[in-house]
Design a protein. Structure first.
Length: 190
């Protein structure tokens, strides 16, 4: 419904997935491919609707914080708007105090950048940054949802992402990819 991106990364005979929007499990089954690990950039419902299905297939789940209905925005939607329901899941590896993760044989640097969501993290693999809803091509994540803070978001982007090499590709949770140099030069929020 909100066109959330997921990223499948193959590394020889292993693979991993970044984010799990609705339908990604069916897509993976159509490819006859099941990743060993799932890295969550944050836990808003549109990024986690297939987490429980993947966990049931043995995929190991990595996220900044434990599952909660506040993070998935289920609590918010109960009080306003049409309700949403995410099948509860267990996080296998909490990343809140880690600076890197080894998954599917690949080593990612982790940057915690709250502001869109308290649990927002960015996974950096060499010259690619999987930024979730932290940074978009020409935009930044919303900060008007529970736990959002525009000052924290912009500060984190400036201190942790804009310091990356300009050729670093950003792969956002929605919309097209971009480069750090492009966002530095033309993103009106930065």
């Amino acid at each position: 419904m909100v066109q959330t991106n997921a990223y499948l990364i193959d590394n020889g005979d292993q693979s991993l997935l970044i984010d799990a929007p609705l339908g990604v499990c069916t897509w993976l089954e159509s490819l006859a491919k099941m990743p060993t690990d799932l890295l969550l950039t944050h836990q808003h419902y549109d990024h986690v609707e297939d987490v429980a299905k993947l966990a049931a297939k043995g995929v190991r789940i990595h996220a900044h914080s434990p599952y909660s209905q506040d993070l998935t925005l289920e609590s918010l939607r109960r009080s306003s708007g049409p309700p949403i329901q995410v099948t509860p899941y267990q996080i296998d590896d909490l990343l809140h105090d880690k600076t890197e993760i080894l998954a599917a044989g690949l080593r990612f640097r982790i940057e915690h950048i709250p502001g869109h969501s308290p649990d927002s993290i960015v996974f950096i693999l060499e010259d690619i940054a999987f930024v979730g809803d932290t940074l978009f091509a020409g935009g930044v994540g919303r900060a008007d949802l529970p736990g959002g803070d525009m000052k924290l978001l912009i500060d984190g982007i400036q201190k942790k992402l804009l310091q990356l090499d300009g050729e670093t590709m950003i792969c956002p949770g929605h919309g097209p990819a971009s480069k750090i140099s492009t966002e530095k030069a033309s993103n009106p929020y930065l």
